[in-house]
Design a protein around this ligand. Structure first.
Ligand code: 6PG
Length: 252
């Protein structure tokens, strides 16, 4: 992976559940530190299926009571171009697993208005981010990301036009007939984060994890490799299945 100032770490957990537990422990600690430091914390959630276990666990003991939900603001790194009650909605998944079960104020949940036409949704979301961050480039305290088997992350797909977007904070793009329209934060926003956690589990991700880890430099064929916060931290939190093709990693 590219030599840069990013503080990179990789932790391998025995299985999916211990990975979820480990992510929650790290997230709760990071959230509290941010609130102690600046009075609030801004976390960007990822979509897909992997984070379900993390979100459900955050809504349970002991983590539920360890988070100052009134000072935590949640955003999404990307959203499908569907309404919030659609089965494919990343917001709906987070609501079902976590948001409906924790005392987070509604005003602290900043979902993408994906019921709007995609480009309008992206513009509206960018306005919301600019209001929250008072026009300064957003430095999210933590951005959670997943990894697709093709090396995509959020809705940054291989060789997609959004990879070259540097002016907008949020962009809309038609991913494919199968994936439809997506609204996603852009790379400069991911790379302005104070901390990024890639959370990856499952045997089906072992090959792409090895490809990404074996890269000498970032590659648009594997967009996840383009995420390396310029001054923030980057952690790869994996289960043993996802890390199974990496040599010499000790499980925690
Ligand atoms: C999405 C996510 C996407 C996801 C990966 C991995 O909207 O689907 O943002 O980038 O993180 O596709 O998905 P799984 O966790 O389902 O393997």
């Amino acid at each position: 992976m590219s030599p840069n100032t990013t503080r990179k770490s990789t932790v391998v957990f025995p299985d999916r559940q211990s990975l979820a537990e480990g992510v929650c422990q790290r997230l709760v600690e990071m959230v509290q530190e941010a609130i102690d430091r600046q009075g609030r914390c801004a976390v960007t959630l990822s979509g897909g299926t992997t984070p379900r276990a993390v979100y459900a666990r955050l809504a349970e003991k002991p983590f539920r009571s360890q988070i100052s939900w009134s000072k935590l603001h949640l955003f999404w790194g990307d959203e499908r171009g569907v309404p919030p009650d659609h089965p494919e909605s990343n917001y709906r998944m987070a609501k079902e697993t976590m948001l409906s079960h924790v005392p987070i104020p509604e005003k602290n949940v900043h979902r993408v208005p994906a019921e709007l036409p995609p480009r309008e949704a992206a513009q509206q979301y960018e306005k919301e981010l600019k209001a929250f961050f008072a026009q300064k480039p957003p430095a999210f305290d933590l951005i959670l990301l997943g990894l697709g088997t093709d090396g995509h992350t959020a809705s940054l797909f291989p060789y997609s036009r959004i990879l070259a977007e540097t002016g907008k904070w949020v962009a809309a793009g038609y991913a494919s007939e199968k994936l439809g329209w997506r609204i996603s934060l852009t790379l400069p926003i991911f790379n302005a984060a104070k901390q990024v956690y890639f959370v990856v589990s499952g045997k089906n991700k072992a090959e792409v994890i090895k490809k990404v880890f074996d890269l000498e430099k970032p590659d648009p064929a594997l967009p996840a490799s383009l995420v390396h916060p310029s001054s923030g931290g980057l952690s790869w939190l994996l289960d043993a299945d996802a890390a199974s093709l990496l040599e010499g990693w000790e499980e925690v």
